[in-house]
Design a protein around this ligand. Structure first.
Ligand SMILES: [Fe+2]
Length: 201
């Protein structure tokens, strides 16, 4: 966000080629500079149209605008989380988040197996999401279709994996499973743990 309320594209927290060989530089450039930028632009355009709508008091397009807000807004937020969900060489799952995962999934291995399976099997375009659910005080694994469907109210996402084809097709073609396995090699569990601590309050 800027002072004017316009959303801006956040910079990558590492170089475009820093995640190789698991995520290639060309994919990262297209994904960040074109796709993520597109969601940021779409979000700003939608917020502008909503401001005009309110000013005119004409709500004929409110359903489409509300959908656009959910789609572009979720796309912008999830991509910002996604870049931080990876780090060169990866960062291990440990500490308080590891303890929570063992409690809620039985073991780190069972947690990772469910995360890989859920992410690989998202129908069409979407995301694998690790989240903290505060009412039950649990860590949960969710599938998200597109950016905004099949989510769970009230959760704080901790780590996300983008499985839209634009995230992997140049290098992995249709081999989404290999891409997800590569993502898990560079997964930034230190970032997830930081978000977990913040969500727990
Ligand atoms: Fe994406």
């Amino acid at each position: 966000m800027t002072n004017k309320g316009e959303h801006t594209l956040p910079e990558l927290p590492y170089a475009y080629d820093a995640l190789e060989p698991y995520i290639d530089e060309q994919t990262m450039r297209l994904h960040h500079d074109k796709h993520h930028q597109g969601y940021v632009d779409g979000l700003n355009a939608t917020l502008g149209k909503l401001a005009t709508t309110r000013a005119k008091g004409e709500y004929g397009a409110i359903q489409a605008l509300s959908r656009d807000l959910a789609f572009h807004g979720s796309g912008a937020v999830l991509h910002a989380l996604f870049w931080n969900s990876m780090t060169p060489k990866g960062a291990p799952l440990e500490g308080e988040l590891l303890d929570a995962v063992k409690r809620d999934f039985g073991s780190a291995e069972l947690f990772m197996a469910q995360l890989a399976a859920a992410t690989k099997r998202v129908e069409a375009s979407g995301w694998g999401v690790v989240a903290y659910e505060p009412v039950g005080d649990r860590v949960v694994i969710l599938q998200c279709e597109n950016h905004q469907n099949l989510t769970m109210w009230g959760v704080d996402p901790l780590l996300v994996c983008d499985v839209w084809e634009h995230a992997y097709y140049l290098d992995y073609q249709n081999r989404r499973g290999e891409y997800v396995d590569g993502f898990l090699k560079v997964a930034n569990w230190a970032y997830a743990a930081k978000r977990y601590r913040a969500a727990k309050g």
